[in-house]
Design a protein. Structure first.
Ligand code: PLP
Length: 421
């Protein structure tokens, strides 16, 4: 495979930005591939190699690259202006859709990224409850702001970046996903907790599914202890179902955050919740949050067009395709007698090598990174672009055909044969 242009661009980029990438997840060894174009389920690199894109820009492109109706809507909006500094119709329509589709969303505030959304959501939770501590899940990711960039367990909390002052994380508590016992005792003993923020289906430690009843138990415990529950649906919103994981599992949080799909490929975020909480946001209330580009009309038309295109038939098809991958990959794992597992939720999945089951961050970290990277390189050679880390997610879009899905499974089978040798 010739990737010479990517290599050259990488060496130029190295002098321009750290490690040659604008976001660390895009880096891999020996150098990342540089994109030339995206087309439906295909991504093409600068050397003209074409790959089935299973990364899909880490989640926003549920309709695939360059969906014609999104392109048309954006073009039309461009001619009418790309930023106003006034509220607009496109923004109103997007907000209306979110309020209709997402159970906890009586009211929504748009931001420019998922990071901003979670940052403002926890400020709002703190302001509303007049309490200061926030509980997060070990291995959960909510963007790159100080308060939530920590991992660990009840005893030991470690920032996963330098430069985070101890004061910023003094009010952060950590619990393990799929464990309600510790959460319950923490919330009963620590009355400074304003909110629990969690990805209802974690997508930043591969994909992890809630044990039966886990999310409803978290809902019960938080309610009983007068603690707000925030679902971070930046990945799962409009993906696992129109109404996100809260619809899929029938568990309604007090607030949620969203991003990715609701921007149709443009920068976006949102936080939403019960009206009595959302009324506290400025200028209705005393909790400040603002953004020059928030509610941007280009983002809004792209997001709105994407959402409108996602009919229930398309959600059903995505679910079916995910089921096909899940069954085929797990059948191969069993038939070939290797230790691995695939976790999936509609249109998202991850394969963990060296693990029979993955229920939390400790399990996910324990999966074999070397084999995953080897699998990633193999798939690249075979024309599939996966996110280069076992802690990320393979995404399906409506542009991925049944044929492509079956080819992915075949390639997995071929890889297992090679791996066993
Ligand atoms: C669950 C979750 N929350 C928040 C974020 C941050 O979103 P953004 O990258 O738009 O800032 C991400 C990013 O991947 C995410 O996966």
């Amino acid at each position: 495979m010739n990737t010479k242009k990517s290599e050259e661009m990488y060496s130029m980029m190295l002098g321009l930005t750290p490690a040659g990438v604008s976001s660390p997840v895009r880096a891999f060894k020996p150098y990342p591939l540089f994109a030339k174009l995206g087309d439906k389920e295909i991504i093409e690199d600068q050397d003209g190699n074409r790959y089935v894109d299973m990364c899909m820009a880490y989640g926003p492109l549920i309709l695939g690259h360059c969906h014609p109706s999104v392109v048309t809507a954006v073009r039309k909006q461009m001619l009418k202006g790309c930023v106003y500094g006034m509220p607009s119709e496109a923004e109103m329509e997007l907000l209306k859709r979110i309020c209709e589709d997402v159970a906890c969303a009586d009211s929504v505030r748009l931001t420019n990224s998922g990071t901003e959304a979670t940052m403002h959501a926890i400020r709002l939770a703190r302001g509303f409850t007049k309490k200061s501590a926030i509980v997060k899940i070990d291995g959960g990711f909510h963007g790159s702001h100080n308060d939530l960039m920590v991992n660990g367990n009840g005893q030991k909390i470690t920032p996963f970046s330098e430069g985070i002052p101890e004061d910023s994380i003094r009010n952060t508590r950590i619990v393990s996903y799929n464990d309600t016992e510790f959460l319950s005792s923490l919330l009963e003993s620590d009355k400074s907790i304003a909110a629990v923020i969690m990805e209802p289906i974690p997508g930043n430690m591969g994909v992890i599914l809630p044990k039966k009843g886990y999310l409803s138990e978290v809902r019960r415990i938080t309610k009983e202890n007068d603690v707000l529950l925030i679902f971070d649906e930046v990945i799962t919103g409009y993906r696992v179902a129109k109404g996100g994981a809260q619809e899929l599992f029938g568990v309604v949080p007090d607030m949620c955050t969203m991003g990715k799909i609701i921007g149709g490929g443009f920068p976006v975020g949102a936080f939403a919740g019960r009206s009595d909480i959302m009324e506290m946001v400025a200028p209705s209330g005393p909790i400040y949050e603002a953004g020059t580009f928030s509610g941007n009309p280009i983002t809004a038309v792209a997001g709105l067009t994407t959402i409108k295109n996602m009919t229930s038939v398309k959600y059903e098809e995505l679910k079916r395709k995910t089921e096909i991958v899940t069954k085929a990959v797990n059948d191969i794992i069993n038939d070939k007698n290797i230790t691995a597992t695939l976790n999936s939720a509609p249109s998202m999945f991850q394969i963990f090598f060296g693990k029979e089951s993955v229920l939390n961050a400790v399990d996910a970290r324990g999966a074999d990174s070397k084999i995953f990277y080897d699998f990633f390189r193999f798939m690249l050679k075979e024309g599939f672009y996966l996110p280069p880390s076992k802690m990320e997610v393979e995404f399906l879009s409506t542009a991925h055909s049944y044929d492509v899905v079956e080819r992915f499974c075949e390639k997995f089978g071929q890889y297992v044969e090679i791996m066993k040798k």
